[in-house]
Design a protein around this ligand. Sequence first.
Ligand code: ADE
Length: 251
Amino acid sequence: MLTFDIVTIFPRMFDGPLSEGVVARAIQRGVVGVRIHDLRDHTTDRHRVVDDVPFGGGPGMVLKPEPLFRAVDAIRAERGEPSAIVPTSPDGRRFSHADAERISRLGHVVILCGRYEGVDERVRLHLATEEISIGDYVLSGGELPAMVIVDAVARIVPGVVGDDQSVAGDTFARGLLDFAQYTRPAEFRGMTVPPVLLSGHHAEIERWRRREALQRTLDRRPDLLEDPAALDAGDRALLEELLERREKGAQ
Ligand code: ADE
């Protein structure tokens, strides 16, 4: 069982994502546990203040250290030392599928949702074990990133997504973008499906899909092809062919 403890000032933001789809199923099956903690419950003043102005001046507010440390103390007291304590922040290391796989093997992860202009640096220095960003853009807070992390992790915990093959075949698990998918009808408003997919020749379908995935990756994400683990000898030969064809097309 993998448990997430999520500390936030907007607990209700999690109601929808935790009650529908794959994450809800993982929770129902008891393979993933998610507990939401209101940061304000860990303040000690009458007004339940969680932020303050930055020392040295400047715009915005900074999340105070005490409520965050106290929230983690309470989590520790209840269920012991977590495997990871992760503030979300655009300054963090960028989250990838490899991180989702790594986190899926941990037992207990605390996510601290950042807010406002930032979080007191002492949280980063003395409480966090790592810091995660979900991409190079700035969101108004860490709640959506926390949900992204929980979703990406929950769906790869064994037994959550019905067909384990489907998880192993995921784009970033395989290192290539996905091939094009079609479903019925075979013709729709004059738009047809590649005939090979209707042929019943499994080996040919496999070859076509691999070529499609390589072509798409070459066109859209050539950086993924730099990982030698993404390609076997057959792929490398196919890739040579695609590159040659592309060069000829450019001439
Ligand atoms: N908080 C604000 N923007 C963020 C991002 N891109 N990733 C993680 N946390 C954030």
